[in-house]
Write a protein that binds this ligand. Structure first.
Ligand SMILES: Cc1cc2nc3c(=O)[nH]c(=O)nc-3n(C[C@H](O)[C@H](O)[C@H](O)COP(=O)(O)OP(=O)(O)OC[C@H]3O[C@@H](n4cnc5c(N)ncnc54)[C@H](O)[C@@H]3O)c2cc1C
Length: 430
């Protein structure tokens, strides 16, 4: 029996796609990568995935797992050889268990992140992972990429949020590690080997995740600043005052706001035109706690007033209601879409020690600006964990090819600087 007939036998005809039906799975979110595949399979159980892996081993066919296909560097797309299958987890989407006393939830890998957040909410709990792509990305993809997002500063990334995993290994065996223990010292930590392995070691089929109590009092603020140095200094002030109460501290340079304005001219902006034009950097902060409402608000207002007085920040606005706070987040979350609407850009998803962020940005910006004076820096990210999106886009009047022709050189500059700022101990030991 041929390979496709065997797939049909395991999954049924409806769950094996070939030909044109595969197209939506063969291109990435940014439309930068187009792959090829023998078939796209849509299994709905771990046992079927194990059988598919065994079949692929026998036929020497490679496998690309795919969740929501929202990754930004082509990891969910096969190469062009046409010797792969895509295993999509879209039908592997059951909630297996929620235990509010243990603060844990067990979900299948194809569950959409937002639906897990919603189910936790409905049980008066919080699943804190939060990404711009949360309406489409899956728990399996979040595990495979060790996703971070906006709340890492308080709750950590996917590794910190995971108690147990179920994986189909590259040998086609089901590894049942669905533990719900908050402390688990019983053996080697295979969980952390698989998390972040980008589908190279196995296919996640389910996970037990941590839940948290919801914090009732939340404040969101937008801050306008003059420089990256001030922005990082301001972060240190906020951190020393509010520590675990900081949910998010999101940095954006002024080009981010300009790109959003060009693509979404109707979107409300937090500040008037003058402030927007004058400010080089913006910060979105979210704080929350369980204590009395006034306590946090008063402290926060005092810190903002003091920072304005000391000329550390230009101005700030605390949201007065939920819809205003949502509009701040909309602005932040629209940056990737605005960027991609304005043409292909050269992206870097990098991590720098927080203490090195300001120097890294100043140095890298000036090298790039000297060599490629026409480009626009689009810099945004999560200061709390040092994860920055350091992107280089074309100016609106520039041709796309002109920028893309410089891709290798721009990668080199950014990667070399990340290395200089990011791994000083490794470098010194060599
Ligand atoms: C607007 C926007 C904002 C984003 N913001 C963030 C952010 O703040 N932080 C962040 O970390 N990422 C962010 N991302 C990137 C992306 O959304 C995340 O990496 C997400 O975790 C990917 O999930 P996915 O289900 O879409 O995975 P996919 O894109 O389908 O796959 C990503 C990788 O995981 C592998 N994979 C997928 N499912 C499985 C599985 N079940 N088992 C094994 N391997 C699997 C794939 O082979 C691929 O290598 C953003 C993306 C967009 C479009």
């Amino acid at each position: 029996m041929d390979f496709i007939s065997n797939l049909n036998n395991i999954l049924g005809y409806d769950h094996v796609l070939t030909g044109n039906n595969m197209q939506p799975f063969l291109q990435d979110w940014r439309k930068r990568y187009q792959g090829n595949a023998i078939a796209v399979v849509l299994p709905n159980t771990s046992t079927k995935i194990a059988k598919i892996v065994e079949l692929c081993i026998q036929n020497n066919i490679s496998i690309v797992p795919q969740g929501g296909n929202t990754s930004l560097c082509g990891g969910s797309i096969p190469d062009t050889s046409g010797n792969s299958i895509i295993v999509s987890t879209m039908y592997l989407n059951k909630i297996r268990n929620i235990d509010t006393k243990n603060n844990s939830i067990t979900v299948e890998a194809g569950c959409i992140l937002r639906s897990v957040q919603d189910i936790a909410n409905a049980s008066d709990r919080l699943f804190p992972l939060s990404l711009g792509s949360e309406g489409s990305c899956t728990i399996g993809g979040n595990l495979a990429t060790n996703a971070g997002g906006t709340q890492v500063i308080r709750y950590g990334n996917m590794r910190n949020l995971t108690l147990g995993i179920e994986v189909v290994t590259a040998q086609g065996k089901i590894l049942d590690g669905l533990r719900n223990l908050h402390k688990d010292n019983s053996g080697y930590d295979l969980r952390n080997l698989y998390i972040g392995s980008e589908g190279t070691l196995g296919i996640f089929t389910a996970a037990t995740l941590k839940l948290y109590s919801r914090t009732p009092f939340t404040y969101t603020a937008m801050i306008a600043l003059n420089s990256i140095e001030d922005s990082i200094e301001f972060f240190f002030r906020v951190r020393s005052k509010f520590s675990y109460m900081i949910n998010a501290f999101e940095l954006m340079n002024s080009n981010c706001i300009q790109f959003v304005r060009l693509v979404f001219p109707q979107m409300p902006l937090p500040f008037d035109k003058q402030i927007i034009q004058k400010s080089q950097w913006f910060i979105l902060i979210e704080l929350s706690n369980h204590e009395k409402e006034d306590y946090l608000k008063n402290l926060f207002e005092k810190l903002l007033e003091d920072s304005i007085e000391k000329n550390l920040i230009i101005t700030a606005i605390i949201s007065s209601n939920k819809s205003q706070s949502k509009s701040f987040w909309n602005l932040r979350d629209s940056i990737p879409l605005a960027e991609s609407e304005l043409g292909k850009s050269i992206k870097h998803d990098i991590a720098i020690p927080i203490s090195g962020i300001a120097n890294f940005i100043s140095k890298t910006n000036s090298i790039i600006q000297n060599n490629f004076p026409y480009v626009k820096h689009i810099i945004f990210g999560h200061v709390g964990d040092g994860n920055l999106h350091y992107n280089v886009a074309k100016a609106p009047e520039q041709k796309e090819e002109e920028l893309l022709n410089q891709q290798k050189k721009i990668y080199r500059i950014v990667h070399d600087n990340v290395n200089d700022f990011g791994v000083p101990f490794v470098r010194n030991m060599a």
